[in-house]
Design a protein around this ligand. Structure first.
Ligand code: FES
Length: 165
């Protein structure tokens, strides 16, 4: 058995890279402007009721779509990517919602609060101070330090485990 076959579920490395490239394109990962993560559908709901977390998640998804923020457009090439995180490890005063790269952590992210975050933060670029409990922006990598996709793919293929005899 080839190790890379086991890891990639029977696909060759290049087939797997093709799938990854397709995912990058279909999800428009190169056009993400902000990434919103919310604690929802938890395995161990500690910060809020699981039902409330799902209401919050559904609201976030629906509003981003209604406002056209969930996909890139010609007028607004960068969009908001969303992720339902099982737990963001704060585990109190939830649902917990996090906006990157700004690094703003919000508490009590009910639909009303999410609407404020969307309008004031995601659209208006102003932090909703009342609900923000931590602000720790991510360090941005200068564009010249990023690796072009083709080089990254070649490096991944090079680093993958070679077939055993
Ligand atoms: S359960 Fe919500 S942050 Fe951990």
């Amino acid at each position: 058995m080839r190790c890379n076959e086991a890891f990639f579920d029977g696909m060759t490395v290049s087939e797997n890279l093709d799938l990854l490239t397709a995912s990058v394109k279909s999800l428009s990962l190169n056009s993400i402007g902000r990434h919103v993560l919310i604690c929802a559908d938890q395995t161990l709901p500690k910060c809020c009721d699981k039902a409330d977390s799902l209401i919050a998640w559904d609201y976030l998804k629906r509003r981003l779509k209604e406002l056209g923020l969930d996909a890139p457009t010609i007028d607004r090439p960068q969009f908001v990517f969303r992720t339902k995180a099982n737990c963001l490890r704060v585990c109190q005063n939830g649902p917990i919602l996090l906006v990157y790269p700004d690094g703003v952590w919000y508490r009590s992210a009910t639909p009303d609060v999410i609407e404020q975050i969307i309008q004031q933060h995601l659209i208006g670029n102003q932090i909703v101070q009342e609900y923000a409990f931590c602000i720790q922006p991510l360090m941005l990598i200068p564009a010249e330090a990023t690796i072009p996709v083709e080089i990254a793919e070649a490096e991944m293929a090079e680093q993958s485990v070679q077939p055993a005899n």
